[in-house]
Design a binder for this molecule. Structure first.
Ligand code: ZN
Length: 198
């Protein structure tokens, strides 16, 4: 069993009850819950050593989610390389039964077509979701979970069923408790969605 998790994605190593995203190449600390991934912004410089680190860390029991990974058409360089890396993460997610934390900037079409192809059993969580209601509706219909942080589109909340809506602090200084108040949900323990929590 892992601790209660209210914050599904943060980069702050000091946050409690959170999935802390480790920097590329970092060792997994002895305590806590972590995610490991190669951010799409780093896709261009991700070499064999980075992929080896990803594979080794993904197997660690303190790593409860894979990512962030995903697509960024503005900052991630070659989209085919991003997709190659995304598929590597998806396969680790499947092997270890750990959900995906997904960064998506103008990558929705690729994400949807890969999801339809792979039909993953693990949650695929689009983090930092700020999209419009139409996009929220489409992604929910395709089976994605949506995680919202400090900035979000209030009109989109109505499109996201409670069990698909997650909260995160990401790189914000605002605590997830405050974000829960802003979003209007209570704090919910989502550890049951994570690897090793089942
Ligand atoms: Zn992040």
């Amino acid at each position: 069993m892992i601790a209660a998790i209210y914050d599904v994605h943060t980069h702050d190593l000091d946050r409690a009850n959170a999935v802390v995203n480790l920097p590329l190449g970092a060792a997994v600390p002895p305590e806590g819950c972590y995610s490991v991934g190669i951010h799409p912004w780093d896709a261009g410089m991700a070499d064999g050593a980075a992929v080896r680190w990803l594979r080794e860390s993904a197997a660690d029991s303190r790593v409860v989610a894979i990512g962030e990974t995903g697509f960024d058409a503005l900052r991630g360089g070659d989209m085919d390389r991003q997709e190659e890396l995304f598929r590597e993460h998806a396969s680790l997610s499947r092997i270890y039964g750990k959900p995906m934390i997904i960064h998506n900037v103008r990558g929705t079409d690729r994400l949807i077509s890969i999801r339809r192809e792979l039909r993953p059993a693990e949650p695929w969580i689009i983090h930092g979701f700020r999209g419009k209601p139409e996009l929220a509706r489409q992604l929910v219909r395709e089976g994605f979970y949506l995680s919202v942080g400090e900035r979000f589109n209030r009109d989109s909340l109505a499109e996201i069923p409670a069990e698909r809506l997650l909260l995160e602090s990401d790189d914000s200084a605002v605590d997830v408790r405050e974000i829960a108040r802003m979003v209007g949900t209570g704090l919910r323990d989502v550890s049951y969605l994570l690897g090793n929590g089942r």
